[in-house]
Design a protein around this ligand. Structure first.
Ligand code: 9PG
Length: 519
């Protein structure tokens, strides 16, 4: 263990150790916590640890489950402390498989594997983060081969209710809007694990890609290749491919689509061959843009075929996938642990899902869950991850324009659009069928905009001649008290029952079916 006193830190330092301990000598007022994967919370907060988010059944897919019950302030790979005088002390790993904690008057870094290089610096916020980025870049590499394309993605309008007929119609109706990629999201596959066209796509996947390409655009496809549901053929036929714990039980990758999820052991040679074959198949269908999702599953703790640190195993797997795609493809990682993805993909989703709601009282206040889909949740975490911009293309998720099926206030839609301009990653799921001619022009102008962006302060940006202020969006919800707290605890308990979640899914699906029927 390496111990250092704050007053001994001069400029930027690099320390090689398994554990480092920095004695904080000045009074700290805020802590920067960095969540593990795309959807996990990243934020500055005061020094009282946040309430534990609920329900627990989602932990494997919303945060790093290994640290879910940690009492101290903590985060993945890096942590930073703000002092009364505004100076920032940042402690960040320059390797994967590491965690940072603040306890009492200490900032501690801990490797889950071997000794590693730790970056430590005291200074202005801008300075310390940009120097950390420079150091990360030289260790992890940086992919520059593509610009971030302008994407139309099917998820945030039709969700799983996509089918061939509506997508073909939509692709035609997009007309000359300057999208470069039309990306088909979740809903085309037989099962999670069984990556073949389902009965809603009778013409098959090659026809779908060909249709997109006939409009002069790149075809994009969503897959979650590292997980499978219990009912999939993949899981039933290849149980030995899935990650187990030391006791030989399958490791949970969480719960979604009304089912339990399991994770592939990506160090298993047969799994590796299967993954490569899958990616090559998707390319043969004609898709050149990949949104690979639920990737955290490749970095869960477990007993692997090849014994290696979990995040290193995951990074190896990303390399394999990236290589299988080939030079001319574009690779967006989603639900991905952040640091392990640097240098081995083109773009990283850096926040949770947006939604047609700005905030949701049940999820965000009662269940204190900053990871669930919601536009405010997305803005908060993305704003706190903008420092990653020089390391990869950063995807803040989609923006909204139409008002027929969307009740977001204009000012909230604008915040999201401005954030996308700051990220320089533009996407929407709005159906042209829902847009007024004004909204359509708005989409066009947005897609073509290339504003000059300047960071003025932590939450303050200048976008061309406009000042954009995210400070009201990033505030954390008030912790529920009294009756609300009890109600939250009850809902959290209820939310851990798969049957309850299946009822919610059934209700949501009903609403979506109605939405689809109207088209
Ligand atoms: C498709 C979607 C979209 C979306 C992805 C991902 O339970 N959860 O916490 C949870 C979070 C995100 C999520 C699904 C579930 O969405 O981010 O863009 O592709 O999958 O299913």
């Amino acid at each position: 263990m390496q111990k250092i006193r704050q007053s001994k830190i001069k400029g930027a330092e690099i320390i090689t150790a398994k554990r480092v301990q920095i004695e904080l000598e000045a009074k700290s007022i805020r802590y920067y916590r960095h969540g593990w994967q795309s959807w996990s919370l990243a934020t500055w907060s005061d020094l009282t640890p946040l309430p534990r988010q609920k329900p627990e059944i989602f932990y494997p897919l919303q945060l790093d489950v290994e640290y879910a019950y940690e009492k101290n302030l903590h985060g993945s790979w890096l942590g930073a402390v703000e002092f009364e005088d505004g100076q920032i002390l940042l402690l960040g790993a320059l390797a994967t498989d590491a965690h940072v904690f603040q306890a009492h008057d200490q900032l501690n870094g801990q490797s889950e594997a071997e000794a590693l290089e730790w970056f430590v610096m005291l200074g202005d916020e801008d300075q310390v983060f940009s120097e950390y980025v420079r150091q990360l870049k030289s260790r992890f590499g940086h992919v520059e081969k593509n610009h971030a394309p302008r994407v139309w993605c099917s998820w945030y309008s039709l969700y799983t209710m996509i089918d061939e007929e509506i997508l073909f119609k939509t692709f035609d109706a997009l007309g000359d809007l300057p999208f470069e990629v039309l990306q088909v999201d979740d809903g085309w596959q037989k099962k999670i694990g069984d990556w073949e066209a389902n009965q809603k796509f009778p013409a098959g996947m090659s026809a779908l890609a060909a249709k997109i390409k006939s409009t002069g655009r790149t075809a994009g496809l969503w897959l979650a290749p590292l997980i499978a549901t219990k009912s999939s053929q993949l899981f039933r036929n290849h149980k030995d491919w899935f990650l187990k714990d030391e006791q030989g039980r399958f490791v949970s990758a969480g719960f979604n689509w009304g089912e339990q999820l399991f994770a592939l052991d990506t160090t298993h040679p047969d799994v590796r061959s299967w993954l490569v074959a899958l990616i090559q198949q998707v390319r043969r269908w004609g898709f050149d843009y990949f949104k690979l999702d639920f990737l955290y599953a490749g970095a869960l703790k477990g007993k692997r075929h090849k014994d290696m640190p979990r995040e290193s195993a995951y990074r190896e797997c990303l390399k394999l996938l990236y290589e299988a795609m080939g030079e001319d493809a574009f690779f967006l990682t989603c639900g991905t642990p952040i640091l392990p993805a640097l240098g081995v993909c083109d773009a990283i989703r850096i926040g949770p899902d947006v939604s047609h709601e700005w905030e949701n009282y049940r999820n965000e206040t009662l269940l204190y869950n900053p990871t669930t889909p919601g536009t405010r949740n997305a803005v908060r975490t993305v704003v706190h991850r903008l420092w990653l911009k020089d390391l990869a293309h950063i995807d803040p998720d989609v923006e909204y324009f139409e008002s027929k099926e969307n009740s977001l206030e204009e000012s909230h839609k604008l915040q999201l659009q401005d954030l996308a301009l700051i990220c320089n990653f533009k996407a929407t799921s709005d159906l042209p069928q829902w847009m007024t001619s004004d909204e359509r022009e708005q989409v066009r102008n947005f897609l073509l905009a290339e504003p000059t962006v300047r960071r003025l302060d932590r939450y303050l940006y200048q976008v061309d001649d406009r000042i954009v202020d995210f400070s009201s969006a990033v505030a954390l919800p008030e912790e529920p008290k009294g009756i609300a707290k009890l109600w939250g605890a009850f809902l959290g308990w209820l939310g851990d029952f798969p049957s309850v979640l299946r009822v919610f899914k059934w209700l949501d699906d009903g609403k979506l079916r109605k939405r689809r029927a109207k088209l």
